[in-house]
Ligand binder design. Structure first.
Ligand code: DQA
Length: 151
């Protein structure tokens, strides 16, 4: 069974209370439950981790080698700042999909650049909690297609 690591970056533990006008009222726990449900119907397994610390996220990416087939990541503000996170994803070469609750391109210009995007298969941004569900579907679709092509 395909195994997906879901990584949530800084401040996402505050979802539900944090700037609800931008991020809505859905909690991180509810997002993880939604992903569990979606994983079940896709026939894959997910394990989720949230951290406010860059190094913890990097360690989790390193540890994903041999354990997980894909990574679904909302790196939060590290998206726009962390070359180290980008390098970790490039180093492990695990297919990664980047997601954001908000549409980062409709917001402040400092959010328009993502260090994660160039090392990701693709990005889903702007659909609230649905971004995660769509991202998981896209990642699993990609992994299955690659497996088929390999024969
Ligand atoms: C975010 C967008 C980032 O710019 C911001 O720093 C976040 C959340 C999103 O999901 O919309 O923390 O990644």
């Amino acid at each position: 069974m395909l195994s997906i690591l879901v990584l949530h970056g800084p401040n996402l533990n505050l979802l539900g209370k944090r700037e609800p006008g931008i991020y809505g009222y859905v909690t991180l726990e509810a997002i993880n439950q939604l992903l569990e449900k979606e994983a079940h119907s896709l026939g894959v397994e997910v394990s989720a981790l949230q951290s406010n610390h860059e190094g913890v996220l990097i360690d989790a990416i390193h540890a994903a080698q041999m354990r997980h087939d894909g990574i679904l990541i909302n790196a939060g503000a590290y998206t726009h700042t962390s070359i180290a996170l980008r390098d970790a994803i490039a180093a492990v070469a695990i297919p990664t999909v980047e997601v954001h609750l908000s549409n980062i391109y409709r917001r402040e210009s400092f959010r328009h650049h993502s260090y994660i995007a160039p090392v990701s298969i693709g990005q889903i941004s702007g659909f609230g909690a649905e971004s995660y569900r769509l991202g998981l579907q896209a990642l699993v679709h990609h992994l299955r297609l690659v497996a088929l092509q390999k024969g």
